[in-house]
Ligand binder design. Structure first.
Ligand SMILES: C[S@@+](CC[C@H](N)C(=O)[O-])C[C@H]1O[C@@H](n2cnc3c(N)ncnc32)[C@H](O)[C@@H]1O
Length: 473
């Protein structure tokens, strides 16, 4: 078997990145995109390594019983919703299995009861934030290829094509945010394209348009549009803003953020508030009926699926089994949303976070909700844990962890494995690194897993959030 060969394979399962896994008769494993468990497919071997290969789908010969027609016209090209063609119930089963497999194979946790992933209430229009990129290197969809004009190729506003760094699909309709969001997206394209406005490229470090960020509240009426440009063009932006108000009166604030850095990250170094208050205010509802408000500015982190974020925090709070005497450390607290969400259940919370803007937002959120029992500290978690002596740390009896996908530094796991907290709640968006970290935390025999609950925050993607509650043995 060699690169370029065509093979007929049965797809057995999806791996943790949503790629189909098949085996040849000799047991050689091949990963293929855009296929589903139960499919019989014809593929071409694109890459061959010593222990696995990568295939490119040529044809689905016999479809899985759970294959459905994807709703989105860009499915298969856009990197956003890789498993939108899979029954939602099957997506959930796949995600639950991904957590079970990681905990067994990586964490070494046998006989652990892991319940099914909690479904998302909405499987479309669930995102509160979308980030679209401008590009002068448009990805041509099959129906565009005949229209071979320069103009068609040189202006795109939309989402990335995986593996093709600069290529952007010109998205006219995305089912992840809302109808208003699509209206803003299409107005932005038409307005700027018809005026021949230039697009920034890193190659020449010139051009005007960079990103369009749309953030919308699901529990309040606030709606933010942020256009990120290389520099400032007041007449153009004023005209754009007038049109924006007309086509989408739902927009409550519009920001023109300026970024002259070479790095292609949707982050403005300077913000010009063109209209509105320059931020949005979202409400999170607790199971108990309590509500908390959160100020979200253009650059702040906020859980992207608002409704499911509420459920996630309720699950984390339930796992904490909090009492009015508890003193809680919220490590990797971001803008303080978990700290604030649990503040009514405990005596005290201290949130720690590395990003200065997030800590500023956290203090603002504390004030917005008139809470006095929450405090925040700027810092790296490893330094925070190492610089406080054990007695100081054990003023707190419970800990919540919510690190980024890479998980915890081994030193942090080691410190936790030797600690004496009553409870550690570990919220993670990557069960693979979570299982790895938990194995170390539990290795001294001081902690054991009490409960696990996967939560689906991102339907149609392979991502899964997972809440684990550790208790001191
Ligand atoms: C998954 S987010 C969690 C945010 C928050 N718990 C929430 O639900 O909104 C992870 C956070 O960890 C922060 N972070 C990443 N590395 C860090 C480090 N070494 N020390 C402290 N915070 C860090 C990031 O800035 C980010 O805000």
């Amino acid at each position: 078997m060699k690169k370029g060969d065509e093979l007929i394979l049965d797809v057995i399962e999806l791996n943790s990145e949503g790629k189909g896994v098949s085996k040849t008769e000799e047991g050689f494993v091949i990963f293929t995109d855009k296929v589903l468990p139960g499919d019989k497919v014809k593929i071409q071997l694109r890459k061959k390594k010593s222990n696995y290969g990568e295939g490119r789908l040529i044809e689905v010969l016999e479809p899985s019983d759970y294959r459905i027609e994807p709703r989105c016209q860009y499915f298969g090209t856009c990197g956003g919703c890789k498993i939108q063609n899979y029954f939602y119930e099957k997506q959930l089963e796949f995600k639950t299995e991904a957590v079970r497999t990681a905990f067994k194979r990586i964490g070494g946790f046998e006989n652990l009861e892991i319940p099914p992933a909690l479904p998302s209430e909405n499987i479309f229009y669930y995102r509160n934030k979308m980030e679209f990129s401008f590009s002068d290197d448009r990805w041509l969809m099959a129906e565009d290829i005949d229209k071979d004009t320069r103009e068609e190729k040189e202006f795109a506003l939309g989402l990335h094509v995986p593996r093709f760094h600069s290529k952007i699909i010109d998205i006219k309709e995305c089912f992840l945010q809302s109808e208003v969001s699509n209206r803003v997206l299409n107005y932005t394209r038409e307005f700027l394209k018809s005026r021949g406005v230039s697009i920034y490229t890193t190659e020449t470090h010139s051009g005007f348009l960079r990103f369009l960020i749309i953030r919308e509240c699901k529990n309040s009426a606030d709606f933010m549009v942020s256009l990120i440009t290389y520099d400032y063009n007041e007449p153009l932006i004023t005209k754009y803003a007038e049109g924006l108000k007309n086509i989408a009166p739902e927009v409550t604030t519009f920001i023109n953020a300026i970024s002259s850095k070479k790095a292609q990250v949707a982050f403005g170094e300077e913000e010009k508030i063109v209209f509105g208050k320059g931020y949005i205010e979202e409400v999170l509802n607790k199971d108990s009926g309590l509500k908390y408000k959160f100020k979200i500015s253009a650059n702040s982190f906020f859980q992207t699926n608002t409704k499911q974020g509420e459920r996630l925090y309720d699950i984390a709070a339930k796992a904490g089994n909090f009492e009015k005497t508890d003193k809680v450390l919220d490590l990797y607290c971001g803008t303080g949303s978990i700290s604030i969400f649990i503040s009514d259940e405990v005596a005290e919370v201290k949130g720690v976070e590395l990003v200065e803007d997030s800590i500023k937002n956290a203090f603002q959120n504390k004030e917005l909700n008139s809470i006095s029992n929450v405090d925040f500290e700027l810092g790296d978690i490893k330094d925070f844990l190492l610089s406080n002596d054990v007695r100081e740390l054990h003023k707190y009896n419970k800990v919540i962890l919510d690190p980024p996908r890479a998980g915890l530094h081994p030193k942090i796991c080691e410190i936790l494995s030797e600690s004496d907290f009553e409870k550690i709640v570990y919220v993670s968006c990557n069960p693979v690194t979570q299982a790895r970290d938990l194995q170390i935390i539990c290795s001294q025999g001081k902690y054991k897993i009490n409960s696990v609950q996967p939560v689906d925050m991102f339907p149609h993607t392979y991502h899964i959030e997972n809440v684990v509650d550790l208790v001191r043995v």
